[in-house]
Design a protein around this ligand. Structure first.
Ligand SMILES: CC(C)(COP(=O)(O)OP(=O)(O)OC[C@H]1O[C@@H](n2cnc3c(N)ncnc32)[C@H](O)[C@@H]1OP(=O)(O)O)[C@@H](O)C(=O)NCCC(=O)NCCS
Length: 180
C-alpha cells in the first residue's frame, strides 16, 4: 500500500461521485436511502469501540472488519473517527500515524447533493492531531500534515503541509531526515 500523492491528475474534485439529493430537503435527511441502517449502526458501534480502546492492533483489526484497507503497523491515536457510512473507501498505508481526534471523511452530504470519494493515505505518513481529511484526497508516502489542518487537496509524497486549508510548510529538516 503505497502512493505518490495523486499524480494520476484531476485532484480531489475529479475523484468524487456526486449524486443529487433524493428529496426536497438537505441530502442528509435521506441518508437511509443511500446506506443501509444496519450497516450504519454496525459501523457506528465499531468506530465508537475503536475510538476508546488503547490497543493499536485491535483498532486495526476493528477497522478492517468494516472494510477499511489498513496497512501493517498503522497507529490510530485516541478518538480518531473514520467515515461512518463508507469506511470501505478509505486506505491507510503501512506505518502511518493518524493523530488524536482526526476525522477521515469519505462522504459529504450537502444541501442539494451528496458526494463520495476514495481517500488514499500512503505509507509512513504523519497526520497530526485534530485534522479533517475530505473525500477524494490522496496523501503521498512520507507526507507530514501538521496538527489542526483541513486536508482539502492532494498532498505530494514527502511534502510537509498544514493549516486550514493546507499549504506547504517550510520545515527545514524533519527528525526522520537528520544526518547520522
Ligand atoms: C508539522 C510539525 C511536525 C512541524 O513541527 P516542527 O518540525 O517542529 O516545525 P515548526 O513547529 O518549527 O513549524 C515549521 C513552520 O511551520 C509553521 N506551522 C506549523 N504548523 C502550522 C499550521 N498548522 N499552520 C500554519 N503554519 C504552521 C510554523 O509556524 C513554522 O513556521 P516558521 O518557521 O515561520 O516559524 C508540527 O507542527 C505538528 O503539527 N506536529 C504534529 C503533532 C501531532 O499531532 N502528532 C500526532 C499525535 S498522536
Amino acid at each position: 500500500m503505497t502512493t505518490n500523492g495523486g499524480s494520476s491528475g484531476g485532484g480531489r474534485q475529479a475523484r468524487l461521485t456526486i449524486t443529487p439529493s433524493v428529496g426536497d430537503y438537505n441530502s442528509l435527511v435521506y441518508w437511509y436511502k443511500t446506506v443501509s441502517a444496519v450497516k450504519a449502526t454496525r459501523n457506528g458501534f465499531v468506530i465508537m469501540l475503536a475510538r476508546h480502546v488503547p490497543s493499536l492492533a485491535f483498532k486495526r483489526w476493528l477497522y478492517r472488519t468494516i472494510g477499511m484497507k489498513v496497512g501493517n503497523h498503522v497507529s490510530f491515536a485516541w478518538h480518531v473517527t473514520p467515515d461512518l457510512f463508507f469506511p470501505e473507501l478509505i486506505t491507510v498505508g503501512d506505518n502511518t500515524i493518524v493523530g488524536y481526534n482526526t476525522t477521515i471523511l469519505a462522504h459529504e452530504y450537502l444541501l442539494h447533493e451528496w458526494r463520495t470519494g476514495v481517500v488514499q493515505i500512503g505509507a509512513n505518513v504523519t497526520i497530526g492531531a485534530n485534522c479533517t481529511i475530505l473525500p477524494g484526497v490522496v496523501i503521498g508516502d512520507g507526507a507530514v500534515i501538521s496538527a489542526m489542518s483541513l486536508v482539502n487537496k492532494d498532498v505530494p509524497a514527502g511534502a510537509t503541509v498544514g493549516g486550514v486549508p493546507i499549504r506547504p510548510l517550510s520545515v527545514s529538516k524533519r527528525p526522520d531526515q537528520q544526518d547520522d
